[in-house]
Design a protein around this ligand. Structure first.
Ligand code: PMP
Length: 362
């Protein structure tokens, strides 16, 4: 099976040796500390290292602005616990990251989709909806979005921040993919927009740049909301694993994470290019797809009348898989949409997978 379905990082690119050395070092030098309970906010050295990375990317951050989370997925749970009561309105991009939709639904939120185009949220649509609904928060993945791979341009980020200030909703800016850029210029975070500074929560993660099995993420939030998240985290898991945090801090001290991320980027760029080059031969005539500048996903739309869920059976029968796009939608789902992940196979395997897809669709 060649799977374009999963959203997993490529395991052969994990720095197993470097991470093993970090754990060895931590257990040898400070084993008792590493195996003890710790503070809810997170290990000071790790928070300092994260704050430095954010500051280097033009978002001045104090370690005290950060809460270490058990993956950025937990940050979504904590923010939902802190902010969302049953019936509250949560605005989301349409389509949207599935597990965020699940977190909001689990809290009893009324999820309201905001229409998008190839560049993400449409500011005029957001404005119209925000004027009509008393929204608690807007959840957005502005860079290399899951599932679409889209990136929100700077002017729209400013418009989103201004809409939040005008209408009084929080922005949850989820950015697990931003460092995986293969071309083009970095777009500053919404959290760095003056209008959004006091109402944006930025979520980050080591999952895509180091390893998801570490379950290490963070949130950067204004003090009141951060305190509420700390209390929610105390009730949830007391704190994120001490040994994992210390090992990550050690890894960041002993290695240049940017060098490692550059290695990942080089490999993923080739894989993205192999997928983009092969799509016209694989998808039925009249299909469309985007060209993401980074991340892990291509978003494609089969010609009208095609049902991606039905066709998936044929694809799996030919030894290739993708994810139908409809479940990512909380609005009017497009049955012809598909998400293709390009990270876990070599360019040759991707070409073979696309040949199989062509046969399945034929
Ligand atoms: N947000 C988005 C948009 C994601 O795609 C993912 C993982 N696929 C997560 C959050 C969760 O990541 P983690 O908990 O591993 O940091």
């Amino acid at each position: 099976m060649i799977s374009f379905a999963g959203g997993l990082p490529a395991p052969e690119l994990f720095d197993v040796d470097g991470i093993r050395a970090a754990y060895d070092g931590v257990l040898a030098d400070s084993g008792r500390k590493a195996l003890q309970y710790s503070t809810t906010e997170g290990d000071p050295e790790l928070r300092t290292a994260i704050a430095e990375r954010l500051a280097l990317r033009e978002l001045p951050t104090d370690p005290a602005d950060l809460l270490v989370t058990t993956g950025s997925q937990q940050a979504l749970t904590l923010l939902t616990a802190a902010l969302v009561s049953p019936g509250d309105v949560v605005l989301v991009e349409d389509p949207c990251y599935l597990a965020a939709l699940q977190a909001f639904a689990f809290a009893g939120a009324r999820v309201v989709p905001v229409p998008t185009d190839d560049q993400g949220i449409l500011p005029a649509a957001l404005e119209e909806i925000a004027a009509r609904e008393k929204a608690t928060l807007l959840y957005v993945v502005p860079t290399f979005q899951n599932p679409t791979g889209r990136t929100l341009p700077a002017d729209r980020r400013a418009a989103v921040a201004e809409a939040a200030a005008r209408h009084g909703f929080w922005i949850v800016e989820d950015d697990p993919y931003g460092e995986l850029r293969y071309e083009g210029e970095r777009v500053p975070w919404i959290a760095a927009e003056p209008a959004g500074a006091d109402r944006t929560v930025l979520l980050g993660s080591f999952s895509k740049i180091l390893a998801p099995g570490l379950r290490l993420g963070w949130l950067r939030a204004p003090v009141g909301l951060r305190r509420a998240c700390v209390i929610a985290k105390q009730a949830s898991d007391l704190h994120t694993s001490t040994v994992d945090q210390l090992a990550a801090a050690r890894y960041l001290r002993d290695n240049d994470l940017d060098v490692h991320v550059a290695r990942i980027r080089a490999a993923y760029r080739e894989r993205r290019d192999a997928m983009l080059a092969g799509l016209s031969g694989a998808l039925p005539e009249g299909s469309g797809w985007n060209r993401p500048e980074g991340g892990m996903f291509v978003w494609a739309t089969l010609p009208a009348g095609h049902d991606a869920t039905t066709l998936l059976k044929a694809a799996v029968g030919h030894g290739v898989a993708y994810v139908p796009g409809a479940p990512f939608s909380s609005g009017e789902p497009d049955p012809a949409a598909i998400r293709l992940a390009f990270t876990t196979h070599s360019p040759d395997e991707i070409r073979e997978g696309l040949r199989r897809l062509a046969k399945a669709f034929a």
